[in-house]
Design a protein around this ligand. Structure first.
Ligand SMILES: C[S@@+](CC[C@H](N)C(=O)[O-])C[C@H]1O[C@@H](n2cnc3c(N)ncnc32)[C@H](O)[C@@H]1O
Length: 215
């Protein structure tokens, strides 16, 4: 995939994929979107002190960076598993700087080998898996899922009941699934597999987002 760096409205970078005519984040602000959807509506809503997080679509590592940073206050014990079909080349990663966040920590997130558990600090274990979501077989249960694939109209094969059922089975009771898309077919597919679906206010530039809970 050919990628182009773009600066978004809050001055944070994202990547544009010409092949899909799709950005990795909202052009209204990459950091503001990730904070709103994944940290504020997701991570900050978890109650347990020891949690397993799954990220679908690791990409630039921004969600891991924001979670690690927020956890400096929360101090939860986190196991963070992230899957990615198309890991970014180091040349691209080196072009990304999320100002206001520790750049060394950002590089630390990208350094560990794939498929290996690595402690980034005493609270945070990262395991990145180079795999296609379609083939992925979770071997853990998660308390929080960041579903950050490309949009349903670009990758309809990833927003299906089959995929959501696999994730639902791997969600702990009271576990939270968050995503930026509030499309009707996404909400319906999540409901059909058993999640309780909530429509929340979206980040800047988007009316809604979704939080789904396993009761
Ligand atoms: C919207 S971007 C978000 C990336 C990331 N969360 C970030 O903050 O940079 C979607 C990500 O999903 C990845 N992806 C696309 N298809 C995938 C698949 N079938 N399995 C796993 N990851 C996939 C893309 O390569 C990309 O990194």
């Amino acid at each position: 995939m050919k990628l182009k760096k773009v600066i978004t409205a809050d001055n944070s970078p994202t990547l544009y994929v010409p092949e899909l005519d799709e950005h990795y984040h909202s052009v209204n602000g990459a950091i503001q979107e990730s904070m709103h959807v994944f940290i504020n509506a997701g991570f900050k809503q978890t109650e347990k002190n020891t949690i397993n997080i799954l990220e679908v679509g690791f990409g630039t590592g921004l969600n891991a960076l924001l979670t690690l940073t927020e956890n400096e206050t929360q101090k939860k014990d986190i196991y963070y598993e992230a899957i990615e079909k198309f890991p970014l080349d180091i040349e691209i990663i080196n072009q990304l700087e999320f100002k206001g966040f520790n750049y060394n920590v950002f590089l630390q997130i990208h350094k560990p080998e794939w498929e290996k558990e690595t402690y980034l600090n005493k609270y945070f274990v990262l395991k990145k898996l180079k795999t296609d979501l379609i083939d992925y077989e979770p071997n853990k249960k998660f308390d929080l899922i960041y579903f950050d694939a490309f949009a349903p109209d670009k990758q309809p094969e990833l927003w299906t009941e089959n995929i959501f059922e696999k994730l639902y089975k791997s969600t702990n009771t009271d576990g939270i699934f968050v995503t930026y898309s509030a499309k009707g077919i996404v909400k319906q597919a999540l409901r059909n597999v058993g999640y309780k679906v909530q429509r929340l206010d979206g980040p800047k530039g988007k009316r809604h987002m979704v939080r789904a809970i396993k009761r």
